[in-house]
Design a protein around this ligand. Structure first.
Ligand SMILES: C[S@@+](CC[C@H](N)C(=O)[O-])C[C@H]1O[C@@H](n2cnc3c(N)ncnc32)[C@H](O)[C@@H]1O
Length: 260
């Protein structure tokens, strides 16, 4: 086992490898001394596969630590927007490989941290990877990672002074009503606790009409509430501005409690 933390990207590597492999096979078939029609068909199919492989690889590069590190930049931004004094407990919903939770623990040395995730088999993240990363980063004494679903958080009401989440709610399959997921996140927040949730909130296939969605969020009992497009906060490369990447990403920032 190496001594460096491993933070996986938001692009599933096996999908990228599958696209690359299909592209290579189709190109190879187009140049093989086989039936001409099969060669022409292979060449035609190779074009979209090569294009998708390029876009996915370039997006991967933008997110990865060896590339332009946008995942880490976005995690820093979430913590920067959190109006927390660092006292008490923070919950990260959908912690993945623990990156945001661990960054939080390093930024707020007095706090206690909980990262929850479903860690389904379709992702490359795991509870073990999170624990290993926290150990390497020297914050494992202040973090616990728990397997749970965002739809039913195994915590009492008002248990956390701060709740954050990054690109998770749209992935939750066991609750289609996304407002109920936000309600659940706010339930475990202390009476004047703070939150920052980043997700594809402008994607109307998942969240419905954006302004209706924001109206519903405000009804959950929040104050100092702001919804800010990610692209208004940081300059995203063109490939990440696409609606298939982060073009619909919004940060919901606020505090629990009724607006005055
Ligand atoms: C795009 S990844 C984001 C991971 C992490 N928040 C980050 O920023 O690196 C989406 C995460 O949502 C998690 N997830 C999916 N369904 C979930 C559920 N029902 N409850 C909790 N987490 C879930 C996945 O396991 C995955 O870790």
């Amino acid at each position: 086992m190496g001594s460096k933390p491993v933070y996986k990207t938001w692009i599933r590597k096996h999908k990228l490898i599958t696209f690359l492999a299909i592209s290579v096979c189709l190109i190879a078939a187009a140049f093989c001394p086989i039936n001409l029609y099969i060669r022409i068909l292979s060449g035609l199919f190779a074009l979209p596969f090569c294009y998708i492989s390029f876009i996915v690889s370039y997006t991967y590069y933008q997110f990865a630590t060896f590339g332009n590190n946008f995942q880490s930049i976005i995690h820093d931004l979430i913590l920067q927007k959190l109006k927390w004094d660092g006292e008490g407990k923070l919950l990260d919903i959908g912690t993945g490989s623990g990156s945001l939770t661990i960054k939080g623990a390093k930024a707020f040395p007095k706090g206690q941290f909980v990262g929850i995730d479903y860690w389904g088999s379709n992702w490359e993240y795991s509870q073990k990877l999170c624990a290993r990363n926290a150990e390497i980063e020297g914050v494992s004494d202040r973090i616990v990672f728990i397997k749970a679903s965002a739809s039913k958080l195994p915590f009492l009401d008002n248990a956390f002074q701060s709740v954050i989440s990054c690109l998770t709610f749209h992935e939750v399959k066991d609750e289609k009503n996304k407002i109920l997921l936000l309600k659940e996140a706010i339930r475990v927040l202390d009476s004047d606790g703070v939150f920052v949730f980043m997700d594809l909130f402008m994607d109307n296939k998942t969240y419905g009409n954006y302004s209706d969605f924001l109206t519903e969020v405000k009804k959950l009992g929040v104050s100092e509430f702001k919804a800010v497009k990610l692209s208004d906060l940081i300059k995203l490369p063109r490939v990440l501005q696409s609606k298939k990447a982060l073009g619909n990403a919004v940060l919901l920032i606020g505090r629990k409690g009724s607006a005055v």
